[in-house]
Each structure stands twice: as structure tokens, then as C-alpha cells.
Design a binder for this molecule. Structure first.
Ligand code: ZN
Length: 205
């Protein structure tokens, strides 16, 4: 067993017994030497001197930290729009390219948001999320696009473009009366709010 490597641990010496337990002194890839129970080395329960766990924790924290990056939020929402049943309603058929299932690839292609208010914009709204079709756009650019492409109808039930507010307006009919839901910068947000309202006022369908 001496000289054998298990994960990050290389066995230096065996034959150490404490009570009923057998231990081996192992040299970890990181350079430190540690006495570890043999069954735990063999089973893979212990894979390193402890440095592996520390490294994993650091990575986890890094990922956790990235959770709050605006680009990460945009990346997650992009996937949500294409997979979540409630969003697929109006994003039906729009897909995220395979490469962008990896957040790092996505970030490498689109780069950082120029400013916090920028959102992901598909240049050709009929095409999916892929490098050539996506850019960060300011609200002004998106509003202008929206105005050019669709005058004031969104194609989403209960959602229309408000020229006065420069935003999407969601509304719903309750007891033959139109009820205002709210104004939204993004069509998807207006649509989602409308669905919440449908569930609330009409009951989930
Ligand atoms: Zn180590």
C-alpha cells in the first residue's frame, strides 16, 4: 500500500494502530503530511489533507458570489425565459445556444454590462440567444426597437406599449372592468405580471 495514491493522498507509511483503527501517514498533493484512517482513504471519504474541501468551499463561495453579478442574473433569466413554462408562452421556440449553457462562455461572448440598466437584447427577435444575435442594450435602444417592430400591441394578451410612459403596460379585465396591473420595462415582466393577475383574479388555469 505504501506509495499508492488515493485521490490527493499518497501513502507514506502504514502500520499505525490507535485502538481498533488503522492509520496511514499520507502526503497530500499540496505537500502537507497527515495521519488518516486507512478505511477512509480507501473508501474515498477522505481525499486530501483537508485542502480539497477548503478549495471546494472557496469555489462554492465564488459561485455564490457570482450569483449576484448582474451578468449572471441576466444569464439565469435568459435560460428561465426559454425553459420556464410560464415564460415559454411568449418565448416559445426561442432557444439558448449550446455554448451559452456555460456561464463563462456566455460572459466571454457578451462581456460585462456597460451599465447596470442595460439588459440583454436579441437583435432579431425571431432568433434565439446566440453570440451574433445578442447584445447589451440600454432601455432607450430597446424601446426604440420595440416601437419600430410593434406599434403598441405586444402580441401578449393584456400587455400593450404605453407611449406616454415609454413602458409596457399590463392590464386585466375583472368583472368587465379593466384593472391596471402596472408598467414594466420588459415585455416579459409585463407578461409575467399579467399571468400572476390571471391566477389571482381568474383562478389558475
Ligand atoms: Zn492537501
Amino acid at each position: 500500500m505504501i506509495g499508492t495514491k488515493f485521490n490527493r493522498l499518497t501513502v507514506l507509511s502504514t502500520g499505525i494502530r490507535i485502538g481498533r483503527r488503522h492509520y496511514a501517514d499520507c502526503k497530500c498533493d499540496c505537500g502537507s503530511v497527515k495521519r488518516i484512517e486507512i478505511t477512509k482513504i480507501k473508501s474515498g471519504h477522505t481525499k486530501s489533507c483537508g485542502c480539497l474541501l477548503r478549495q471546494l468551499m472557496t469555489q462554492k463561495q465564488t459561485v455564490h458570489g457570482r450569483y449576484y453579478e448582474p451578468e449572471y442574473v441576466a444569464w439565469r433569466n435568459m435560460h428561465k425565459r426559454c425553459t420556464d413554462a410560464r415564460w415559454v408562452k411568449w418565448y416559445g421556440g426561442i432557444e439558448v445556444c449550446q455554448r451559452w449553457f456555460d456561464y463563462d462562455c456566455f460572459l466571454a461572448d457578451v462581456g460585462k454590462k456597460p451599465e447596470p440598466a442595460y439588459t440583454l437584447d436579441r437583435i432579431n427577435s425571431a432568433q434565439g440567444y446566440a453570440p451574433a444575435n445578442v447584445r447589451w442594450a440600454s432601455r432607450t435602444v430597446q424601446s426604440r426597437n420595440t416601437k419600430n417592430h410593434e406599434t403598441n400591441s405586444s402580441g401578449v394578451r393584456g400587455v400593450s406599449w404605453s407611449k406616454a410612459k415609454n413602458k409596457w403596460r399590463a392590464a386585466i379585465y375583472v368583472d368587465s372592468k379593466q384593472k391596471h396591473i402596472g408598467y414594466f420595462e420588459l415585455l416579459t415582466d409585463a407578461g409575467l405580471a399579467r399571468i400572476h393577475a390571471e391566477n389571482k383574479y381568474w383562478g389558475a388555469t
